[in-house]
Design a protein around this ligand. Structure first.
Ligand code: MF3
Ligand code: CO
Ligand code: CO
Length: 264
């Protein structure tokens, strides 16, 4: 098993992650007013970019493996890694994931949420709710002594019981002083499989849930992942640390707006 490569961090590292995580959450907390019909994904990118710099941090995606922008913006059937641009302006009812990763004092905070331009229809709202619940279920399962397979199993079970599908091609990841470290945190799997969770592990949980089939493809830009069947896709992400008692979520909203309640 891959458990050997999973870094274990010290008590004092939790404070670093808390600060980086808080900043990622703070940036997301500011987006509810900005995101409405007519907003372009580039405007969202530039707002996040400026706010991150103002807080003495660096937007981790910028130039990461050649990614050209500072956040990922993934609209409707885009699963993840959408590239912000000035042409893509939001229409009424569009659902969008904004994925913010900051590097603060050398430590990474990674979080994403769904937002809606105006009001979503009932079908899409239920997709958002279910995806948010999948993340919460994963976090609840993230306890010392459990396995990574337990987390994936519980998320998959919940999503598939509601007839949604779980994306297989992308997963959560270890995080700390690097963006992506072991382990791969799958959002599907079997109880009891995979490495055992231990205090001091830092990782993300970031389920991508589709209305239709789980299969995805990458567009010619080399980044944008879309559902093959064009069905809508949603994602929420938190960065967490395992403690003796359970876990700490580093990327919680300052004002409890983790879920996109712009008047839903
Ligand atoms: N933030 C994404 C994640 O959750 C990674 C984005 S990589 C990028 O892991 F290059 F696309 F920005
Ligand atoms: Co991540
Ligand atoms: Co992310």
């Amino acid at each position: 098993m891959q458990s050997d490569n999973i870094p274990i961090y010290k008590k004092k590292d939790f404070e670093k992650m808390r600060k980086a995580g808080n900043l990622a959450a703070h940036v997301l907390d500011q987006l509810y007013e900005l995101i409405k019909p007519g907003t372009t994904t580039l405007e969202i990118n530039d707002f996040c970019h400026d706010l991150i710099l103002k807080n003495n941090a660096i937007p981790a995606p910028l130039n990461y493996k050649g990614f050209p922008k500072s956040v990922c913006t993934s609209v409707n059937h885009v699963v993840c890694h959408g590239i912000p641009n000035e042409k893509k302006s939001l229409n009424v009812g569009d659902i969008i994931n904004v994925d913010v990763t900051v590097i603060l004092d050398g430590w990474y905070g990674d979080s994403s949420r769904m937002f809606v331009a105006g009001k979503p229809n009932k079908k899409h709202l239920d997709l958002l709710k279910t995806t948010y619940e999948c993340l919460q279920i994963g976090i609840k399962e993230a306890q010392p002594g459990k396995t990574f397979g337990d987390i994936g199993y519980k998320i998959q079970e919940y999503a598939e019981n509601k007839n949604y599908s779980v994306v297989r091609d992308f997963c959560g990841h270890g995080i700390g002083q690097q963006f992506h470290t072991p382990p791969s945190v799958l959002h599907f799997g079997n109880l009891g499989e995979g490495p055992i969770l231990k205090p001091g592990m830092f990782f993300t949980i970031e389920p991508m849930i589709n209305l239709g089939d789980w299969k995805v493809k990458i567009l010619n830009d080399g980044w944008t992942a879309v559902t093959k069947d064009k069905s809508y896709s949603a994602q929420f992400e938190h960065t967490i640390g395992i403690t003796e008692e359970g876990n700490e979520v580093f990327t919680l909203s300052e004002n409890n707006t983790d879920f996109p309640i712009n008047d839903l």
